[in-house]
Design a protein around this ligand. Sequence first.
Ligand code: SAJ
Length: 406
Amino acid sequence: MINIIGLGYIGLPTALMFASHGVGVVGTDYNKELVDTLNAGHTTFEEDGLDELFGEAVKHGIKFTTEYMRTDTYIIAVPTPYDKASKKIDASYVTEAVKNVIDVCPKGATVVIESTISPGTVDKFVRPVIEQFGLKTGEDINLVHAPERIIPGNMVYELKHNSRTIGADNPEIGEKVKEYYSSFCEGEIVVTDIRTAEMTKVVENTFRDINIAFANELAKICRSDNMDVYEIISIANRHPRVNILSPGPGVGGHCISVDPWFLVGDYPSLANLIKQARMINDSMPEYVLGRISEIMKENGIKDVSRVGLYGLTYKENVDDIRESPTLQMLESMERHLASGIKVYDPYVKRDICENQYHDFDKFLNDVDMVVILVGHSEIRNNPEKLLGKIILDTRNICRMDGVYRL
Ligand code: SAJ
């Protein structure tokens, strides 16, 4: 039986996947409300295919609890926030979970860390905790790092089909853990050491961040000289070895906007390109604010309360708002004491900010200008809903005439 610790965006689908493929699973989370919700038969966030997978896992007998179980294998998928000032990881949720595991586990148990951690976290924070208890890694506890790679919006498919990395101190333990993951994972599973696995995970997200930054920088260059960045990217991408990503209002989410900072924090004199890319992507929300104010002037809109932001999530068709460009824009406006801008997102049912609407038609009724910040299908499939509005489309999804772009 596997005890999966942390039932959030990664832990829950992973637990469900194992369970629905016949592996005994108990999911543990310290949040009692979340555990109660799962036990009442409901999932805790929206994701394609998650409800069906949940049904399957329940049929196979998955259990949810706030307690840690005594078993031989643990998977830890708790958050790893980072300190915004120092750019360093806060590994305290991981170390706390490891301590709780130590309290209940038998000698020789395997602890797999799935949470994204900065390179060196296991050596710096996890091993010392184990030693504090007078235990030896490799004898009393076997450590493994198996970072996830799934993309919100396509998690269930990617859990099954992506290739994975497993970093282990002991290759035999690595192979054992690989066997567990092979119960559902059809992709290639590479076994390596822990430091390599830690570094690889962060490198993957940094690669994407740098490539998005390139697209964003191109957008700024093209805007400054009145060229169409989208046409240029689309033509350039016909070259067999060129694949430029899409410019946008910034990079959000808990991964790509965070992980590269670990490298900047740990290698400040070496991570130059990585830092520049992060700064370019972080500059985009302010850049969009600049575009809004230019377009308002051009169209004689004096009051920002006549402007509406479409989209609060960090990307399309998910309900996750972590580090979203829209939130970054709202924070920036607050710092400049500008208020009154209206906001709507079909996926965000809770009240997150001022002047937030839950009804699309009412929202449209109250604004003259709409800024598309997220390309949810609702708007992508029905751009004509915006007819008559001044539109700034930061995602290039609206093909109508007269639409302003980044
Ligand atoms: N974005 C752009 N332009 C693009 C692509 C994305 O502006 O061309 C923006 C998105 O709108 C969003 C942000 O970047 O704000 C990140 O979105 P994403 O869809 O690229 O990635 P995430 O953060 O949802 O998931 C990433 C994935 N990593 C990579 O693709 C290398 C996923 O596979 C990882 O599992 C996940 O991070 C993670 O947890 O680390």
